[in-house]
Write a protein that binds this ligand. Structure first.
Ligand SMILES: C[S@@+](CC[C@H](N)C(=O)[O-])C[C@H]1O[C@@H](n2cnc3c(N)ncnc32)[C@H](O)[C@@H]1O
Length: 395
C-alpha cells in the first residue's frame, strides 16, 4: 500500500476525533477541528509495537505506518507509537524486532489533546514546543495558530530532519530546530505558551526568561519515583505558579545527548539488614498514581526499580540515593513484609507517605500545587490543607 491520501485516512481521523471528544480529552471546537484535519499517518511512517517474545523478553516490533489497512487503523488508535530506539541499547532480535530503550514516540492522542486544551492557546499566540519527535504535535499547533507562530525543538537532529519531511508532506512549515530544549529557544521575541512533551526535573530558568508575564507552561515534571503534568503561569517577578493537571500522563525524560540516555551513576547497594512487617504493599504503590506522587514529594532523591531474585520472584524496590534500599514482593506470601538494606528510615518514609495520603482522604493528583520561585527554589503543596514539601533548588 503506498502512502494513503488524506481522503483515504479521513474515516479513521474522524473516528479518532470522535473518540477523543467522547473521552473528554477534546473539549473545544478549534482543537476538535484540528484533530479532524491533521493526518497522523504522515508523521509515523515507521513505529514499534511492544511485544513479549517467546523467551519472555520485551521487544519492539517494527510496523510501517500505512503498509496495510490494519497498520493505518492502528496509527489512528488512541495509543502511543514508539518511533525511535536508543542505538546504544537497541539490539536486533529478528528481522523486524529490536530490544532497546525508546527515545522518541508519537504521544498518546488523548494525552496530547488534553495538554493542548490545558495550554489554552488564543489566536496570535507564539508557542514553543520542547520535544518535536515526529512533528505531529507541531503540525497540530500550526493548524491551530499558523506556522509562523510555532517553534519546536528536539535534541536529536535526525528526528528534526525527519519531522521536517513529515511536516512538509502534510503542508506545514513551523520552525523546527535541533537543540537542547532545556535551554528553550531564544528568538528575540517572548513566547505566550510553552509545552514540553519530554519531562524535566524542574522548570528550566531559560523557559521563564523566554516567557512573558501571563505565559502558560504545560510540562511533565519528574520528581524521582513519580512526577506529573503541571500547568503553570509566569508572573511579573519570574515566578511560575500553578498545579498538577487533571490530565494525567508521563513523558520520556529530557536528555542531553541526541541519540542516547546517560547511564545513571548509582551508589553501591547496602548489604541486606533485616525483614519486617509492612503497612504498605507493592500493590498499594503500583495501583495509586496520586499516592506515588505524594511518595515522590517525601522521597525526592529515590527511584523505583524492580528486583528479580534467584527464584525468579519480582519485588518492587525503592532505591535511595545513598545505596539504601527496601523491597516488597509483588505477589505471594511475602506481600505484607519489607526487606531492606542500609537506612531503615527509607521504608518508614514510604509508610509515612501512605498514612499521610490516606489521612488526607486520598487526594487526587490535581489537588497539589506547584511553584518555582524566581530564585529557582520550588515547592509543592496540598491545596486543601496547605501541607507543603520543598523541592531542592538544584532540581
Ligand atoms: C514523546 S516524544 C515527543 C512527541 C512529539 N511531540 C510528537 O508529536 O511526535 C519526546 C521527544 O523529546 C525529545 N527530547 C528529549 N530530550 C530533549 C531535550 N533535551 N530537548 C528537546 N527535545 C528533547 C526526544 O528526542 C523525543 O523526540
Amino acid at each position: 500500500m503506498s502512502t494513503p491520501s488524506i481522503d483515504q485516512a479521513r474515516p479513521y481521523m474522524t473516528a479518532l476525533t470522535t473518540e477523543l471528544i467522547g473521552s473528554g480529552a477534546l473539549r473545544t471546537r478549534p482543537w476538535t477541528d484540528v484533530f479532524g484535519n491533521v493526518p497522523r499517518h504522515l508523521f509515523v511512517p515507521r513505529w514499534f509495537q511492544q511485544e513479549t517474545n517467546d523467551r519472555g523478553i520485551t521487544v519492539w516490533r517494527e510496523h510501517h505506518g500505512a503498509a496495510t489497512a490494519d497498520d493505518l487503523a492502528a496509527v489512528y488508535c488512541d495509543q502511543t507509537l514508539v518511533t525511535a530506539l536508543d542505538p546504544d541499547t537497541a539490539e536486533r532480535v529478528d528481522d523486524t524486532a529490536w530490544t532497546g530503550i525508546p527515545t522518541s514516540s508519537s504521544t498518546l492522542p488523548r494525552l496530547m489533546a488534553g495538554m493542548l486544551e490545558d495550554l489554552n492557546v488564543q489566536d496570535g499566540h507564539r508557542v514553543l514546543e520542547i520535544g518535536t519527535g515526529t512533528g505531529y504535535n507541531a503540525a497540530l499547533l500550526s493548524a491551530r495558530l499558523g506556522d509562523h507562530l510555532v517553534y519546536s525543538v528536539d535534541v536529536d537532529p535526525a528526528l528534526i530532519h525527519a519531522a521536517q519531511d513529515h511536516l512538509s508532506a502534510a503542508g506545514f512549515t513551523p520552525q523546527v530546530v535541533p537543540t537542547d530544549g532545556t535551554q528553550g529557544y531564544p528568538t528575540g521575541d517572548l513566547f505566550d505558551r510553552i509545552i514540553a512533551t519530554c519531562s524535566v526535573p524542574a522548570i528550566p530558568a531559560a523557559w521563564i526568561e523566554q516567557s512573558k508575564p501571563g505565559t502558560i507552561i504545560v510540562s511533565d515534571v519528574a520528581l524521582g519515583v513519580e512526577g506529573g503534568l503541571v500547568r503553570l503561569e509566569v508572573d511579573e517577578q519570574g515566578r511560575v505558579f500553578g498545579h498538577f493537571t487533571s490530565t494525567a500522563g508521563r513523558f520520556m525524560a529530557a536528555r542531553a545527548e541526541a541519540r542516547t540516555y546517560a547511564v545513571p551513576q548509582r551508589p553501591e547497594r547496602a548489604a541486606e539488614t533485616d525483614t519486617r512487617p509492612s503497612t504498605v504493599t507493592a500493590a498499594d504503590i503500583r495501583t495509586h498514581y496520586p499516592f506515588r506522587l505524594v511518595l515522590a514529594f517525601h522521597l525526592l532523591e529515590a527511584e523505583i526499580v524492580y528486583h528479580i531474585d534467584d527464584a525468579g520472584s519480582t519485588a518492587l524496590q525503592i532505591q535511595g540515593s545513598d545505596g539504601s534500599w527496601a523491597r516488597t514482593p509483588l505477589v505471594g506470601d511475602g506481600t505484607g513484609t519489607v526487606t531492606y538494606g542500609g537506612d531503615p528510615g527509607l521504608w518508614a518514609q514510604v509508610e509515612d507517605a501512605w498514612h499521610w495520603w490516606n489521612n488526607a482522604g486520598r487526594p487526587s493528583h490535581d489537588r497539589f500545587g506547584y511553584v518555582r520561585e524566581a530564585d529557582g527554589s520550588a515547592h509543592v503543596w496540598h491545596v486543601l490543607d496547605g501541607t507543603r514539601w520543598d523541592i531542592p533548588a538544584h532540581r
